[in-house]
Design a protein. Structure first.
Length: 136
């Protein structure tokens, strides 16, 4: 089976569209309460949206990577070791999820990076251990 690169791009685009609806009109107010955000005035909200542009770009590329790796598995991933498989799954599915949970909150950049680093390090070690144990 051949990789559909347009399909991969469309998957990433669809994810961003669903996300804008999900965290906007559908569950936006509930999400703001959950993360402890307050209703800001219009000017402050515009400033927040401008600051979020780099986060949207990062999120898009992480999602593009997820769709690419998923397409590789669907079409028959080349023969690789258990550790390599584990690292691809970690990099494509766990790390972007952790990154999103760290990026989209009201914490300071330092706290976001610390949260992400500690959690990503834990999963890196455990996924390597999983691969080693399962291949044993």
């Amino acid at each position: 089976m051949e990789i559909n690169y347009l399909g991969i791009f469309l998957c990433a685009l669809a994810s961003m569209i669903v996300g804008s609806l999900w965290y906007g009109p559908l569950f936006g107010k509930a999400w703001m309460r959950v993360i402890g955000a307050t209703e800001a005035d219009a000017a402050e909200r515009k400033t927040m949206q401008k600051k979020a542009i780099p986060l949207y770009i990062i999120q898009f590329f992480l999602t593009l990577f997820q769709a690419f790796v998923l397409s590789q598995y669907i079409t028959g991933w080349p023969d690789t070791s258990e550790v390599e498989h584990s690292l691809w799954i970690l990099g494509a599915f766990v790390i972007p999820t952790l990154a999103a949970s760290a990026m989209w909150n009201n914490d300071t950049t330092q706290v976001k990076l610390a949260r992400f680093s500690i959690q990503a390090g834990y999963y890196l070690v455990t996924f390597i251990l999983f691969a080693l144990i399962l291949s044993w």
